[in-house]
Design a binder for this molecule. Structure first.
Ligand SMILES: Cc1ncc(COP(=O)(O)O)c(C=O)c1O
Length: 437
């Protein structure tokens, strides 16, 4: 559709549309599926690992209850999916019971519902800098201020979080929640240290706000010890209170079922329930039944382990090839799990401007800018390793390093050129001064 037709109704669109922007990966979807392109851009789990046979089995099991599968269901989800959610949370070390869980259409819907329930225009949300672009997108519809807190290798920096919250309070801005992806964060792959999780809970209590803990990747750990979720830590203190925990089947099963969940205290779940009634009535019964059938009858732990093994090998391929090919000025994270590595280029490089050159060379990534509300992160990029085979990852990183080296060489040439130019100008000025004298 020509853009002109879209613009024609500019005067009719709601003000909130101005804050909403399309994600680069969504826009690039068609380009990235072009044959020959090595896409390190998407956040796709490898659904090929599931296999036709296993899929047929769960489809057959649902066929015996076709009437229910094709029917509307309760807004908060079927009993059997809630049982599965409780089991998955327990496997992650987070106690939960049926009354505290609520099924959503992916964690993405949960992000929208949480924002809908908590945010008035001008309220603030505190989140990591950078953070998940899809969350920024979901929040943007409610027109909040996004306060990014810098991170280091141990996650969001608590002192900086406190400062940002205190500053906002002084300015009369109401911060409603802290949004965090504590495990193998999208986009950086960074995991928040255990003591920081405790401190974040303290901060939430101190400033009287809630924490949205978005945890799609916690179970995809390649090395090291699993850390307690913020929700588990809060429960250790005897509460289900301030932590709104978001989970999803997208990364431990498949994103195609579009199923996620919220674990929170009943008051919050009630508001979320009302919000969801207006959004989609209920999540798909068909999906819920397929997922429950698999989790109840198959060895889902073994499946998650299989996925983890695949991703571990690919991550190794990515880290090894980054070390082999990238110029020494480029730095990257070393995640212990998840799907992403975050690379930082020299500050004068612009990863957004560089993307068309990379695509012309048949490799793609996501520029860092989209993971900030205010356009920082220009010299950064997110690299995904879950979807592409190791040999292709290696080739992709090699191609990408060529593009980066090209850009760096160009900058070197320009700098030399301008130094030469200014030397010539200085010589000219000196000789001019002499002849003037
Ligand atoms: C941090 C984070 N939260 C939420 C989502 C959305 O997941 P879902 O497929 O469950 O909607 C994603 C998807 O990549 C994600 O990375």
């Amino acid at each position: 559709m020509p853009l002109v037709d879209l613009d024609k109704f500019d005067f009719l669109y709601a003000g909130r549309v101005r804050g909403m922007k399309s994600a680069v990966t969504r826009d690039l979807m068609a380009t990235l599926s072009r044959p020959g392109i090595i896409s390190l851009a998407g956040g796709f789990p490898d659904t090929r690992a599931f296999g036709e046979e296993a899929f047929r089995e769960i489809s057959d099991s649902v066929a015996t209850e076709s009437a229910q599968a094709l029917q509307y269901g309760p807004t908060g989800g079927l009993e059997k999916i809630k049982d599965v959610i409780v089991e998955v949370m327990a496997a992650e070390g987070t106690p939960a019971n049926q009354e505290e869980v609520f099924t959503t259409t992916g964690a993405q819907q949960a992000l929208d519902l949480v924002a809908r329930v908590f945010l008035d225009e001008g309220d603030a949300v505190l989140c990591e800098g950078p953070t998940y672009a899809g969350a920024l997108n979901a929040f943007a519809a409610y027109r909040p201020r996004v306060l990014h807190v810098p991170m280091d290798r141990a996650g969001m920096i608590p002192v900086a979080a406190r400062e940002a919250l205190a500053r906002a309070r002084k300015q009369g801005i109401h911060t409603k929640f802290i949004y965090t992806v504590p495990n193998f964060q999208n986009p950086t792959g960074v995991t928040m240290a255990a003591e920081r999780r405790r401190e974040l809970l303290e901060i939430a209590r101190e400033f009287d706000l809630v924490i949205v803990e978005d945890n799609p990747y916690g179970m995809l750990r390649f090395e090291g010890e699993a850390l307690p979720t913020l929700s588990a830590l809060e429960q250790e203190d005897g509460d289900v209170d301030r932590v709104i925990y978001l989970g999803t089947f997208s990364k431990i099963f498949a994103p195609g079922v579009r199923l996620g969940w919220v674990h929170a205290q009943p008051g919050i779940l009630h508001k979320i329930n009302v919000g969801k009634q207006g959004a989609d009535l209920c999540s798909s019964n068909l999906s819920q039944m397929m997922v429950s059938s698999f989790f109840q009858n198959a060895d889902w732990h073994a499946y998650v382990e299989r996925l983890t093994n695949i991703y571990r090998e690919r991550q190794r391929a990515m880290l090894d090839s980054l070390a082999e090919f990238m110029p020494k000025e480029v730095h990257w994270t070393h995640p212990e799990g998840g799907l992403f590595v975050w690379a930082t280029l020299p500050s004068y490089l612009d990863a957004t401007a560089m993307l068309p050159r990379a695509i012309a060379k048949n490799v793609a990534y996501v520029p860092g800018e989209g993971f900030y509300a205010g356009g920082e992160g220009k010299n950064c990029m997110r690299l995904n390793f879950s979807f592409v085979e190791p040999e292709k990852i290696r080739r992709g990183i090699e191609l990408l390093s060529e593009v980066i080296r090209d850009r760096m060489a160009l900058r070197g040439d320009l700098e030399r050129g301008s130094r030469q130019g200014s030397r010539q100008a200085a010589r000219g000025a000196r000789s001019g001064a002499r002849s003037d004298g």
